[in-house]
Design a protein around this ligand. Structure first.
Ligand SMILES: Nc1nc2c(ncn2[C@@H]2O[C@H](COP(=O)(O)OP(=O)(O)OP(=O)(O)O)[C@@H](O)[C@H]2O)c(=O)[nH]1
Ligand SMILES: [Mg+2]
Length: 457
């Protein structure tokens, strides 16, 4: 195990709560805790059984800082695998900070973001994909993203990657023998079984790469743009879905100018709803920027809710917007169903899914949600039956490199080039896989992974 200094941080959320937890980790954790913790049973940390809870006071010399419970977690059975002490103190903002200050005063260093998890990684308890799953789990917005993160945290992706590495290592072993001991100067071809190894890795990488789109949607949500001409009720629709007055609604066309984003949980699928400025030609500089953003959002969105005012006949602006969106994933919304219908949705012939609502009166909202849900599931924008999905662009990039290296190998073999070339690409394929699990890592990469963590995790 590598040696690090001893770190400490508040691990509970900032603010007032019933309890606050200060964590200490490192080879001096017990020694520092002994200096500031006076146990009711008078025991010192090394005599206290691991994973047991002890009552006492945090003291700074003669001053009692707080009345606490401590848990000692002795190496290697802890989150970081180092000696750890967790202090459960009273949850006030000031109290927890006082306890932390005392810990720091007696020799610990304030932990950086994600440093506890980073140590779990550096000390080999988890790989990088599992560390990344920790942050995904903390920030998960729905049940589905929790379950994907839990799978990854359990090591499913780690196992899959090491399986692929093993397949490649078998090939590498053969190739190296062929290079080192060529039979009468002629290189023996790679046997069928090992060629199949390469094919397996290629296919598995490909499947994982393809799963990324799905994984990204599970993790980040399905970007759903609410699009239409001014005044049709886009912002009213957003508010109705959120069940709160989030966006400004007025009778004046051109009310919304900026992009408004909010997440809702639709039967376990996160929908990132994006309200946009009504699209029309305008001389107003600010509104025009908004219109450009709306057009941009049409390109970026996974799905579009095309909002129309059903109490009016379709006009030029509706049709112009339709031209921009007709080949995308679109659900047509006939808003203002409380008024007499004049719009003919057949003018928008590519759009097959329509739903009538009155955003203002919150009528038809449940039906609209059902429609959106079945559209998403039916169109496999999201499909829960997929076994393993990757949710991280870093993994996807590395798998693409792996796949490319293997394709190079096939080319080399086909053209009858020497095995040395195969060996180079094999090395690269293996390295790309090792980057995913963090067996090969740089300080930059680790900074990048852990910068999204909170302090104390
Ligand atoms: N009768 C009726 N009026 C509605 C309905 N939904 C919205 N409105 C009205 O239509 C007007 C425009 O609503 P908004 O939600 O601001 O429309 P918008 O599409 O966001 O408009 P911009 O932001 O200007 O593009 C407001 O006066 C709303 O009260 C509805 O279901 N029925
Ligand atoms: Mg609006």
């Amino acid at each position: 195990m590598q040696m690090f200094d001893t770190i400490a941080a508040i691990s509970t959320a900032n603010g007032e709560g019933g309890i606050g937890i200060v964590r200490i980790s490192g080879d001096r954790a017990l020694e520092i805790a002994d200096k500031i913790f006076s146990a009711k049973n008078k025991k010192s940390m090394k005599d206290i059984e691991s994973h047991s809870v002890t009552y006492g006071n945090i003291v700074d010399g003669d001053i009692i800082v707080d009345e606490v419970l401590t848990t000692v977690l002795k190496s290697p059975r802890s989150y970081t695998t180092e000696d750890m002490v967790e202090i459960n103190c009273h949850g006030g903002f000031l109290v927890t900070h006082k306890v932390l200050e005392t810990v720091l005063k007696y020799g610990a260093r304030a932990a950086e973001k994600g440093e506890f998890t980073k140590r779990a990684f550096m000390n080999g308890r988890i790989d990088l994909t599992q560390a990344e799953a920790v942050i995904d789990l903390i920030t998960a917005k729905t049940e589905k993203s929790i379950s994907v993160s839990v799978d990854q945290l359990r090591g499913d992706l780690r196992e899959q990657i090491s399986h692929l590495k093993k397949l490649l290592l078998d090939v590498a072993a053969h190739v190296n023998v062929v290079i080192d001991y060529p039979e009468e100067g002629i290189e023996e071809p790679i046997p069928e079984a090992l060629i199949n190894n390469l094919k397996d890795v290629h296919n598995a990488s490909n499947t994982l790469i393809k799963s990324y789109d799905k994984g990204k949607k599970i993790k980040e949500g399905i970007k759903t743009a609410i699009v239409g001409r001014p005044n049709v009720g886009k912002s009213s629709l957003l508010n109705a879905l959120l069940k709160e007055e989030r966006a400004i609604v007025t009778h004046i066309p051109g009310t919304t100018r900026d992009i408004i984003e909010e997440v809702i949980n639709l039967n376990g699928i996160p929908l990132v709803l994006v309200d946009t400025a009504g699209i029309r030609k305008t001389e107003d500089i600010v509104e025009n920027i908004g219109v450009e953003k709306s057009k941009d959002m049409i390109e970026k969105a996974d799905m579009i809710l095309f909002v129309t005012d059903s109490s009016m006949e379709e006009i030029k602006e509706d049709l112009e917007i339709y031209e921009k969106i007709k080949d995308k994933n679109v659900i047509g919304i006939l808003n203002k169903s409380d008024l007499t219908k004049k719009l003919n949705e057949n003018s928008f012939e590519n759009i097959k899914n329509w739903v009538s609502i009155s955003a203002k009166n919150s009528k038809g909202i449940v039906e609209m949600e059902d429609k959106i849900y079945s559209y998403i599931v039916g169109n496999e924008i999201e499909n829960s039956s997929e076994k393993m999905v990757i949710t991280n662009i870093r993994h996807k990039t590395a798998l693409e490199k792996t796949k490319e290296s293997i394709e190079n190998i096939f080319e080399t073999i086909e053209s009858g080039y020497p095995m040395d070339l195969v060996a180079v690409d094999l090395r690269e394929a293996l390295d790309s896989l090792s980057e995913i699990t963090g067996e090969i890592s740089t300080e930059d990469l680790l900074d990048h992974v852990f910068k999204n963590f909170c302090v104390g995790k």
